[in-house]
Design a protein around this ligand. Sequence first.
Ligand code: CA
Length: 232
Amino acid sequence: MSHILIIEDERTIADIIVFNLEKEGFSTTVAADGEEGLRLSLRDGIDLILLDVMLPLMDGWTLLCELRKTRSTPVIMLTAREEELDKIHGLELGADDYITKPFSMNELKARIRANLRRVGYAVQDRPRRSAVKGLTVNPGLMQVQREGEVVDLSAREYALLTLLMENPGRVFSREELLSQVWEFDGFLGDLRVVDVMVRRLREKIERDPSAPEILLTRRGAGYFIDGGAQST
Ligand code: CA
């Protein structure tokens, strides 16, 4: 079982992350300020660190610098949208990856798995359906292939597609997809963004986007992927 250290001072965000990761079989520890975060990150047995940038007592960049003097634990920075420049800064300082707030839990979990795999930790995965009608998902690489050809998907398209593929036959309403793929909670967005993304995804994954065979519509209910998928 992998142990994830979450260094995040916003309690609600930390709570949501803990809840979701523990549900997936990870164990977690939370630090609410930079000094405690650094102390805990230097302990043995931490497999991956989620590190917020703006923290009390010590910011995320300083913490990362200190950590890298002695440890190579994978670090995923949690950055705010406007901190575009900081991402580059973070990667130079030794962050392994970053994810921009607000992010979906699916996206976060996919990043965590990808980073843990990269450093060779065994990750506990729920058995998942990862192939349907010529479409296969490689969760380690966050990559989707259509009849052997790599399909170029955005992180959000990938998150939407894998959520549906992991739950074959289950119909997701547009509201559900908005809250799971676009935000943690209470996203008050336009439901049409879901339709737009589904259309874009179909253009990438379907033989004939106007007559989809993979990503299907249940009229008046939402979207789903056919339950006839095979496990791999
Ligand atoms: Ca913060």
